[in-house]
Write a protein that binds this ligand. Structure first.
Ligand code: TYD
Ligand code: MG
Length: 481
């Protein structure tokens, strides 16, 4: 007798269970289990007894064409690692309305204009809607091949005819369905089977495929994480709703770097590439107000200057608030602990807010020094010098540790007209003789804190400034040494 193949599959992570339960043990989500046929294997494959033989190849074989296809959008190519790889499948995730369809309409149009066969399959929008967008973007004349379809079999049959498309956009994978499995569209089994079929098509023909994936509230690509494992690259398109900047980030890439970002600006005429993000992130600087510090960071291979904004305000709450946007909250806790333990900065009676301007998300520990400077500057109500940039990692002992790519950071700062850099002592040598700006090296965080506190004491003091009176540079130099 054929075994029953019905099982309960978590729609969030894809874990399968024999019986229904309220909570998925694998990912901890509630109410995500749905009944599905787990024998998600096409009937044609199941019934085949004996495999066919195939040709084994050598490593040194020639591929017919250039392995990469540059899209012509420099910011997009930067993130993919130089263009779309033949036969690869890329998953693009992002919140609804962030601009995924816009980005891909622009990319397919550029490729089509350059003479490549580019196909855009929309499962969400009618042809008229896609045309309307193209019209708005001024791309109506691009010879993109467009369809509004959701059946994977129909799509594959159609695309198998004629020349192999160089790029196929599937917007979105959650709307696709295949006959080979019985579940409803959008379920894990359907999404997985549809993705599998499309991936097989890409590998067989050499077409590059981009799958658009929806993102749930907590930022995961909705439905199966399994799709992330199946594809060659995962990119996420991010941005703050209220801001025009959009950041394309590579999360996984089998053929390129994963730390590169591409920066775009959403305009009335579509996405505009931002080739110098520092200028953008610093364009609306609040010069001369306390609590802001410019961090000289590195995103991938590119230096990016961005403003960190801190607000330290007295609180009546027993447990003060610590809120951070754009940076790791545990890094903030660590910097606050070091400020308390080694620099005599009392923050237990204060709420602390930290924000990275422009919607950028920083992952580098090198931002420690800039964050600390912004925090202390807000606490003592003393603005930092407007022509200074900060970078350096703070260790638990309060020492300021060197970070990578000092020279690139300094070069970018000098290019944007900054006059001095506050940086780790040991980074001085790496900076080279002619950095183009004054270098203030700090060995310990307490030295910097004392300097900022001294600036604060020359200004009218707020009552809340609580850097201890004896926090003099001399005292801390002794401690550090
Ligand atoms: P869209 O690409 O449809 O987002 P997604 O596919 O990620 O859901 O973009 C929708 C938003 O972008 C919408 O709010 C309008 C805005 N937009 C512009 O501001 N300018 C434009 O030229 C276009 C086409 C869209
Ligand atoms: Mg869309």
């Amino acid at each position: 007798m054929a075994k029953s193949t019905l099982s309960f599959v978590c729609q969030n992570c894809g874990a399968a269970y024999n019986r229904w339960q309220g909570k998925c043990d694998a990912c901890g989500e509630w109410n995500t289990l749905a009944e599905e046929d787990s024998a998600a294997v096409p009937v044609s494959i199941r019934s085949r007894r004996k495999g066919r033989t195939f040709q084994l190849e050598s490593l040194s074989g020639k591929s017919q064409d250039a392995p990469r296809l540059a899209s012509g959008m420099a910011e997009l190519d930067r993130v993919t690692g130089g263009g779309f790889v033949r036969g690869s499948v890329l998953l693009l995730g992002g919140d609804p309305g962030i601009g995924k369809s816009t980005l891909l309409t622009q990319a397919t149009s550029l490729l089509a204009r350059a003479g490549h066969r580019a196909v855009y399959i929309s499962g969400e929008e009618a042809i008229a809607q896609v045309r309307l967008r193209a019209e708005r973007l001024g791309l109506s004349d691009a010879p993109v091949q467009l369809a509004s379809e959701t059946s994977v079999e129909d799509i594959i049959s159609t695309l198998s005819e004629g020349a192999v498309p160089r790029l196929i956009v599937i917007d979105s994978i959650q709307t696709m369905w295949t006959d080979t499995v019985e579940s409803a569209p959008g379920t894990v089994t359907q999404v997985r089977a549809s993705a599998q079929a499309l991936i097989r098509f890409a590998k067989k023909t050499g077409a590059a495929i981009i799958l658009v994936g929806h993102v749930t509230k907590d930022g995961q690509i909705a439905g199966p994480r399994v799709v992330e494992h199946m594809v060659d690259a995962v990119m996420s398109f991010e941005g703050e709703g209220s801001q025009q900047f959009r950041i394309l980030r590579s999360v996984k890439n089998r053929f390129g770097p994963t730390d590169e970002i591409g920066v775009f600006e959403m305009t009335g005429l579509g996405l505009r590439e931002v080739s110098n993000p520092s200028e953008l992130f610093l364009s609306e600087r609040d010069l001369g107000s306390p609590g802001t510090a410019v961090f000289a960071g590195i995103e991938g291979t590119r230096p990016v200057l961005v403003e960190l904004q801190a607000l330290v305000a007295p609180t009546s709450l027993g447990t003060p608030r610590r809120a951070v946007v754009g940076w790791d909250p545990s890094r903030l806790s660590m910097v606050l602990a070091v400020l308390e333990a080694h620099c005599g900065v009392k923050l237990s009676g204060h709420d602390v807010y930290l924000n990275v301007a422009g919607g950028l998300r920083i992952q580098e520990p090198a931002a420690d020094l800039a964050a600390a400077a912004a925090l202390v500057s807000s606490l003592v109500n003393a603005p930092l010098p407007t022509d200074a940039v900060y970078f350096g990692e703070v260790s638990l002992s309060g020492a300021v540790r060197p970070v990578a790519q000092t020279a690139a950071r300094l070069k970018e700062a000098a290019k944007l007209g900054f006059g001095r850099a506050i940086l780790p002592e040991s980074a001085r040598g790496e900076a080279g003789g002619d950095a183009g700006l004054a270098l203030n090296s700090v060995g310990g965080l307490s030295t910097l804190v004392a300097e900022i506190a001294a600036r604060g004491s020359r200004r009218p003091q707020r009552e809340t400034a609580t850097v201890e009176k004896n926090a003099t540079p001399a005292r801390f130099r002794r401690q550090d040494g």
